[in-house]
Design a protein around this ligand. Structure first.
Ligand code: 13P
Ligand code: SF4
Length: 372
């Protein structure tokens, strides 16, 4: 299990950091460069292209797919990722892929989710240290103790959690379906209180959208909790008319300043559908590059909070994973069986809402904090 503080788990740094840019590489990758040319200069592309060519060749030979989270850097997201999306979309792709090998270009909990959904497949994480501060904030034992304290309350767990925690969970959720899942859990388990773990801010933002009583945990995303309401006000002052989109892992007062809140794909879809003149994505840095590439007419204001765990994934490490079949994600089969129930329940729910709220509803978010 990775640790968000990033100690070395015997993970090898990649042996190959340089491959030559040959005529063969050029022939194999020239068609991909236009996808990223707006954010990757040609000189830098020549460093990436040999890895992209080698990864795409190996993927075919080995019947592998790469699932790329929206926070991956543009050369991964656009040039080697077979499927890209938010946590929910990647979990759904993992569940339906025919490939024998899944390389998770994301963090460890995402790779665990893929393994839980496809225990018979080989799931590789290119760097074992790609953890998550939310997943590291709570253990299965913590959940067992909480269940004793709140008997009868169903456990809804954000997918940003370890397999052990998911195994103690009734139903998982992601940022794109959290409200629906909480309401489903309360109804299904005939309860007026739901344990919502481990993200305290997502819990508060969800509580603003439902009458179900929510008990939460003190976990937080180290990237999103750094944004403040003051940051948003400064961005608006410096960029009149800017549309502010925020991830619901941000604190409620940040969401209260935003025009829209949604999962990483929810924000991406907002830009695609509305084509605002100026937009700012209050989330991890690489999202803006990827969304900007898909929406060349939109101007982006770019405050930059990097996720150090997501950024451990690089092209050389993806290549190494495919060459050496390291690092395989292994989970105790008993844990897989239990955790799978919670993930399957989530996947079976129809997704009716992609956003947490729009601007008109923001004041409710600020008011709800006291209730959580
Ligand atoms: P999404 O489910 O919105 O992709 O979020 C995952 C994540 O880790 C955000 O920090
Ligand atoms: Fe975890 Fe935050 Fe990084 Fe997402 S951005 S993986 S929640 S630390």
């Amino acid at each position: 299990m990775p640790d968000s503080s990033g100690p070395d788990f015997g993970n090898h740094e990649t042996d190959i950091n340089y491959l030559p840019y040959t005529d063969e590489v050029k022939a194999k990758t020239d068609h991909l460069y236009p996808k990223v040319a707006n954010v990757i200069p040609e000189l830098e592309w020549r460093a990436h292209a040999p890895f992209i060519a080698a990864i795409n060749d190996l993927k075919k030979q080995k019947n592998a797919v790469i699932l790329a989270h929206n926070y991956m850097t543009p050369e991964i997201f656009n040039c080697v990722g077979d499927f890209a999306g938010d946590s929910l979309q990647l979990a759904k792709e993992a569940a339906r892929t025919d490939a024998e090998i899944i390389v998770q270009a994301g963090v460890h909990f995402m790779a665990e989710t893929s393994k839980i959904l496809c225990p018979e497949k080989t799931v590789l994480i290119p760097d074992l240290r790609a953890g998550c501060s939310l997943a590291a904030s709570i253990t299965g034992e913590d959940v067992r103790l909480l269940k004793q304290k709140y008997p009868g309350a169903p456990v809804v767990t954000y997918v940003n959690s370890t397999a052990d925690v998911k195994a103690e969970t009734d139903i998982c959720c992601t940022s794109s379906n959290a409200v629906e899942v909480v309401e489903y859990a309360a109804k299904e388990f005939n309860a007026d209180t739901v344990l919502f773990l481990p993200d305290q801010y997502l819990a508060k933002n969800v509580a603003a959208m439902t009458d179900i009583k929510i008990v939460t945990w003190a976990g937080a995303c180290e990237v999103h909790e750094r944004f403040s309401a003051e940051d948003i006000r400064e961005i608006r002052e410096g960029n009149p008319g800017v549309i502010v989109l925020a991830h619901p892992e941000c604190p409620p007062d940040v969401l209260a300043e935003a025009d829209f809140a949604g999962s990483t794909s929810g924000m991406s879809n907002y830009v695609k559908d509305n084509q605002p003149d100026h937009v700012v994505l209050i989330t991890e840095c690489s999202m803006s590059d990827n969304v900007a590439l898909q929406n060349p007419g939109v101007n982006f204001v770019r405050p930059c909070n990097l996720c150090p765990h997501m950024k451990r994934i690089s092209l050389p490490k993806i290549l190494r994973a495919l060459q050496t079949m390291e690092h395989k994600v292994e989970i105790d089969p008993e844990i897989i069986d239990k955790a799978r129930v919670a993930i399957d329940r989530m996947i079976a729910l129809p997704l009716v809402r992609q956003s947490m709220y729009t601007h008109e509803r923001a004041p409710e978010v600020a008011a709800i904090e006291a209730r959580v």
